[in-house]
Write a protein that binds this ligand. Structure first.
Ligand code: PXG
Length: 465
C-alpha cells in the first residue's frame, strides 16, 4: 500500500478508514455512507481538518487536552524519554525515574492523605483496578462479604467490562453481558430531567438519601464502596444541586464504605481546582485519574489511594497490573504536563479569567428560545434544550433527535460542541482565551439558531405529553 498521508484526498482517506478502522461508539454502516471527519493537526484550541477547515475545539478532544494542542515541551520530553528508556515495566520489584517522579508529584498535588498511585493506561483500566482494590481491601480487613459497589445511573466510568458495569449507561449494559455481579445503581441528581415538582435543594437531598437507603437495604456488611464523578461528564455535564454532595459525604462518613471519586474528567483543573473533589468538598478514599493527567498527549491513568487503603492493600500481594502501568514515556509526558499546569498557573487562569468569562457567556445562552437551564462548573458546561422552558418539557421526538441536529449545526459552523441526548455540552482546553471564548459562544449561538430553524421546519417543535 502506498503511504497514507494528510495530503490524500479526503474521500480516499474516508474510504480506507471505513474499510479498515472500527470506531468506538459508532454505527459503522452509517459512518461509511457519510465519511469520518479527518483531523490533520492542531494548535492551542484550534483543530484543522483535511478540508482546510479551522475548527474551535469546545471539547478539548475528549475532555482531556487541558493545556491545549501543540506544546513542543511535551514532544521534547517524549523524544528524550524514548531515547533514554522507551519502556520498562514496574513489575518484579523494578522501577524507573519517570514513574517515581510522577507518583511523588501526584501525592503532592492530591488533597489530604491521597498519597499512593497505582498506574494504568486509561480511566477504564483504573476503574477496573478500583473494583479489585476495594474488594481486596475488605477481604484483607476480614470482611469478605463487602463486595457491592454502588454507582449511579447515567454515570460513565469507562468501557471495559468492569468499568462499563460501574457506569450506568443502559445502552452499554445491553451489549456484551454487563453489568458484572455486585454492582448496584442508584438514581442520578439530574434535577432538570428528573426533579419533577421538587425544588433543586430537596431533590438533591432526596437523591443523596438513595445512597443511604441502598446501603440499608443491601446491608452495610455487603457494601464495599460508592463511586461517582464529582460532576457527571459523559452523562451530559450534570451538576448536582448544592445539597447533594454534603449529604453524600455525611452518608459515606456514617457507614463503613469507601468513597471513590472518579476524577477522570474533573481532575487537573477542569473545575477550577486541581481536583473536582476540592471544588465540591468531597473527601474520597480513592480517586480515579486519566485524561488531563497527560492532557491526552499520552495514554495514562491511575488510582490514587489514601494512606489507610494503601497500607491495607500493601499488607498482601495484590495480583493486579498492566504491561503499561507507569509507562516511562507516558509518565514523563504527564509530569511535564503537570509542570506546565503548575508553572503557567493554568488553574489560576481558569478560576480568575476563563471560567468567569465563559460562565457569563454560557448563562446568556438561556435567552435563546430553545435553551432551558445552562449549567457550568469551572470549564465544563451544559445547556438543556427544551420546547417549553417553564415546564422543563422534553421534546416529543426520540431523545437526542434535536440534540443531534444542533450538534451537526455546530460542526457545520466549525465548532466542536457535543450533544448528550437533548443537552449540549462543552469542555474546552483550559488555556482558552477570552477572545476565543467569544468566538466559541458566537458560533454556538449561530448553531442554535440554525438548529432551532431546522427543528421548526421539520415539525419537531413539540413537547412530549
Ligand atoms: N471515568 C470517567 C469519568 C470518564 O469520563 C472514563 C472513566 C474512562 O476513561 P478511558 O480513558 O478509559 O476512556 C471516562 C472517559 C464521551 C466520552 O462521549 C467520555 C469518555 C470516554 C469516551 C467518550 O463523553 N470518558
Amino acid at each position: 500500500m502506498s503511504q497514507i498521508t494528510n495530503h490524500m484526498p479526503t474521500a480516499e482517506l474516508q474510504a480506507l478508514d471505513s474499510a479498515y478502522h472500527m470506531h468506538p461508539f459508532t454505527h459503522a454502516d452509517g459512518l461509511a455512507k457519510k465519511g469520518a471527519r479527518v483531523i490533520t493537526r492542531a494548535k492551542g484550541v484550534w483543530l484543522n481538518d483535511s478540508e482546510g477547515n479551522r475548527i474551535i475545539d469546545g471539547m478539548a478532544g475528549l475532555w482531556c487536552v487541558n493545556i491545549g494542542y501543540g506544546r513542543e515541551e511535551l514532544a521534547e520530553v517524549a523524544a528524550r524519554q524514548i531515547r533514554e528508556l522507551p519502556y520498562y515495566n514496574t513489575f518484579f520489584q523494578t522501577t524507573h525515574v519517570p514513574v517515581i517522579a510522577l507518583a511523588a508529584k501526584l501525592a503532592e498535588l492530591a488533597p489530604g492523605d491521597l498519597n499512593h498511585v497505582f498506574f494504568a493506561g486509561s480511566g477504564s483500566e483504573a476503574n477496573d483496578t478500583n473494583i479489585r482494590l476495594v474488594r481486596t481491601y475488605w477481604d484483607v480487613k476480614g470482611k469478605p462479604g463487602k463486595k457491592i459497589i454502588i454507582s449511579r445511573k447515567n454515570a460513565y466510568h469507562g468501557s471495559s467490562v468492569g468499568s462499563g458495569s460501574l457506569g450506568g449507561m443502559s445502552g452499554m449494559h445491553a451489549q456484551g453481558g454487563m453489568p458484572i455481579p455486585d454492582i448496584h445503581h442508584i438514581n442520578q441528581p439530574n434535577w432538570w430531567a428528573e426533579g419533577g415538582d421538587l425544588s433543586p435543594e430537596d431533590f438533591g437531598l432526596a437523591r443523596a438519601r438513595e445512597l443511604e437507603e441502598a446501603i440499608l437495604t443491601l446491608g452495610e456488611d455487603r457494601v464495599a464502596a460508592f463511586i461517582a464523578e464529582p460532576v457527571q461528564g459523559a452523562g451530559g455535564v450534570i451538576v448536582a444541586p448544592d445539597t447533594y454532595w454534603p449529604e453524600i459525604q455525611r452518608i459515606c462518613d456514617k457507614y463503613e464504605i469507601l468513597l471513590i471519586a472518579d476524577e477522570v474528567i474533573c481532575g487537573f483543573g477542569r473545575t477550577g481546582n486541581w481536583f473536582g473533589s476540592q471544588t465540591l468538598n468531597i473527601r474520597p478514599h480513592i480517586m480515579t485519574i486519566a485524561k488531563g493527567l497527560s492532557s491526552g498527549y499520552q495514554p495514562i491513568g491511575g488510582s490514587i489511594l489514601c494512606d489507610e487503603v494503601a497500607e491495607v492493600i500493601g499488607s498482601v500481594e495484590f495480583n493486579h497490573g498492566y504491561t503499561y502501568s507507569g509507562h516511562p514515556v507516558a509518565s514523563a509526558v504527564a509530569l511535564e504536563n503537570l509542570r506546565i499546569l503548575e508553572e503557567e498557573k493554568v488553574i489560576d487562569h481558569v478560576r480568575d479569567v476563563a471560567a468567569p468569562h465563559l460562565q457569563k457567556k454560557w448563562a446568556s445562552l438561556t435567552e435563546h428560545p430553545m435553551v432551558g437551564e445552562a449549567k457550568m462548573v469551572g470549564m465544563m458546561g451544559s445547556i438543556a434544550l427544551t420546547p417549553d422552558k417553564a415546564s422543563r418539557a422534553k421534546f416529543a421526538s426520540e431523545p437526542g433527535t434535536v440534540g443531534y441536529i444542533c450538534r451537526e449545526r455546530c460542526f457545520a459552523n466549525n465548532l466542536i460542541m457535543r450533544h448528550v441526548g437533548d443537552r449540549m455540552i462543552i469542555s474546552p482546553p483550559l488555556v482558552i482565551t477570552p477572545d476565543e471564548i467569544d468566538i466559541l459562544i458566537d458560533r454556538a449561538r449561530v448553531a442554535l439558531d440554525e438548529g432551532y430553524a431546522q427543528v421548526k421546519a421539520e415539525g419537531l417543535w413539540k413537547a412530549a405529553s
